[in-house]
Design a protein around this ligand. Structure first.
Ligand code: SAH
Length: 261
């Protein structure tokens, strides 16, 4: 049986990067409330003709709650569409608590986060053996406070991806360098990953502020930091995964060769 509300990940922008499950829900929904700033309106073509569509950017949380309560009482199936995956900077926690307080059942369907669309656009793996096996997903403090200290996070020199921070890229770079990344650490800024107007700006911590300023990118972008951005072919390092290494045995395969001395 359907819950009262589906919270759906719409994916990063390309209307084909939505899950089959979310698409099926959209086709049946009576009401869709969508985050219009980052959800591609083309996705709404999956909705049925009679579906009522609301943009969430012009509504307060209370207004969204009122709308949902009203529609649930009318027996309508509601889909709340979030950009990327709802669990990353989706502000769903407060919605969830309102639904739970109201005794409204809900289900969350995950989506492809922009972090993965950006990695795909860059044609890179975020977790490169011997470079970094850790991805730090964070943001700079804006109106929303950030409990963790960015400079302390930088001290790991892991792969780092910053959401909601491109308008403050100068502050980001300052913190990252003071925290421990070298000035020549590669950085890529990916604007509207998977959209038709996607843009990539590549540089290092020493010049990315200027490059981003020149590009005019002020929002809807991810800042991606770390040596994982450099391809093997360029830096010549041996960073092969053990999984496909012929000297490495695992559950599905025995080693064929002796490891190099
Ligand atoms: N839940 C979303 C993130 C929402 S917060 C996700 O999983 O992707 C909004 C921020 O996400 C933006 O400010 C930007 O930093 C990032 N973002 C969302 N979609 C993007 C895209 N297609 N390309 C680059 N960054 C994107």
């Amino acid at each position: 049986m359907d819950p009262g509300v589906y919270i759906l990940g719409a994916g990063p922008g390309d209307p084909e990067l939505i899950t089959i499950k979310a698409k099926r829900v959209l086709a049946r929904a009576d009401v869709i409330i969508y985050a219009d700033s980052l959800v591609n309106p083309a996705i709404l073509s999956y909705a049925k003709k009679s579906c009522e569509i609301h943009k969430s950017s012009s509504l307060s949380l209370e207004e969204i709650e009122d709308l949902i309560l009203r529609k649930v009482k009318e027996g309508k199936l509601i889909a709340r569409l979030h950009s990327g995956d709802p669990s990353l900077y989706g502000a769903i926690r407060e919605q969830i608590s309102l639904l739970e307080k109201g005794g409204i059942t809900y289900e969350i369907i995950p989506g492809v986060s922009s972090i993965f669309a950006a990695a795909a656009a860059l044609k890179r793996e975020l977790t490169v053996p011997e470079l970094s096996q850790t991805v730090i997903i964070t943001r700079i403090a804006g109106r929303t406070p950030v409990p963790e200290d960015l400079a302390a996070l930088a001290s790991h020199r892991a792969a780092m991806v910053l959401f909601l921070s491109v308008s403050n890229i100068n502050k980001v770079v300052e913190k990252l360098v003071s925290g421990g990344y070298a000035e020549d650490t590669p950085v890529a800024v990916v604007y509207r990953a998977s959209w038709a107007d996607e843009k990539i700006v590549r540089g290092t911590l020493s010049n990315i502020v200027l490059l981003v300023k020149k590009s005019g990118i002020k929002k809807q972008a991810l800042i991606m930091v770390g040596s994982w951005l450099v391809s093997d072919a360029i830096d010549g390092r041996v960073t092969r995964s053990k999984l496909y290494d012929s000297t490495f045995s695992h559950e599905y395969r025995n080693a064929r060769e002796k490891p190099f001395e």
